[in-house]
Design a protein around this ligand. Structure first.
Ligand code: HEC
Ligand code: HEC
Ligand code: HEC
Length: 109
């Protein structure tokens, strides 16, 4: 898929999710997982370890924010797609972000 195609796919998924949420009336979640503020309530002061794969560029700047400005506009869960509930499922510590959800290839250093 092209980069634009993937953006479109993400956008339509999000639209579908919001339509579903509207359709069922009452909010399904007490907390909005797509709102970065929700995540920052607990992750603001967390250490930002480098990626486990040494060939991958680090995404989070340990000083705060992201190394690549273009990553600012996304929800945390656009990358951390496996975060679907709070508290999280036990295996989230073993999960990795799939860069190819947005990039044609996994970026390397
Ligand atoms: C109520 C506090 C709380 C909130 C809110 C929260 N988290 Fe977490 N998160 C934790 C804790 C505690 C851990 C470590 C224990 C665990 O793995 O469950 C964790 C672990 C993680 C990890 C795995 C870290 C690792 O070890 O690799 C990721 C990624 C993550 N959270 C992302 C998010 C995202 C994205 C959101 C917002 C949708 C979010 N969290 C909201 C408390 C929270
Ligand atoms: C562009 C993709 C992307 C976005 C957006 C993103 N993350 Fe991450 N996150 C990663 C990657 C990749 C890692 C692995 C370490 C690295 O490369 O920085 C990671 C690591 C983490 C960890 C593990 C802690 C550690 O450093 O060991 C937590 C917690 C986390 N992210 C929370 C968040 C929260 C909260 C947000 C939203 C403010 C967020 N992430 C947005 C890609 C992303
Ligand atoms: C939710 C979408 C999304 C995800 C997932 C994502 N990125 Fe990005 N990233 C972007 C966008 C948009 C840009 C700016 C346009 C471009 O350069 O492709 C960008 C640009 C970059 C850049 C700077 C430009 C370049 O290609 O050199 C790097 C480096 C990068 N991302 C690394 C990563 C890594 C590593 C991961 C996986 C851990 C990742 N990204 C996951 C959306 C994303």
């Amino acid at each position: 898929m092209t980069f634009a195609g993937k953006l479109l796919a993400i956008a339509s998924t999000l639209t579908l999710i919001s339509l579903l949420a509207l359709g069922f009336g009452a909010p399904a979640f007490a907390e909005d997982l797509s709102d970065n503020e929700t995540c920052m309530e607990c992750h603001e002061d967390a250490d930002r370890a480098p990626p486990s794969n040494p060939d991958m560029p680090q995404v989070h700047n340990p000083a705060g924010g992201f190394f690549v400005e273009d990553h600012d506009m996304w929800s945390c869960t656009d990358c951390h797609t496996y975060i679907t509930e709070i508290p999280h499922a036990e295996e989230v510590g073993d999960m990795e972000v799939d860069c190819t959800n947005c990039h044609d290839e996994t970026p390397t250093k």
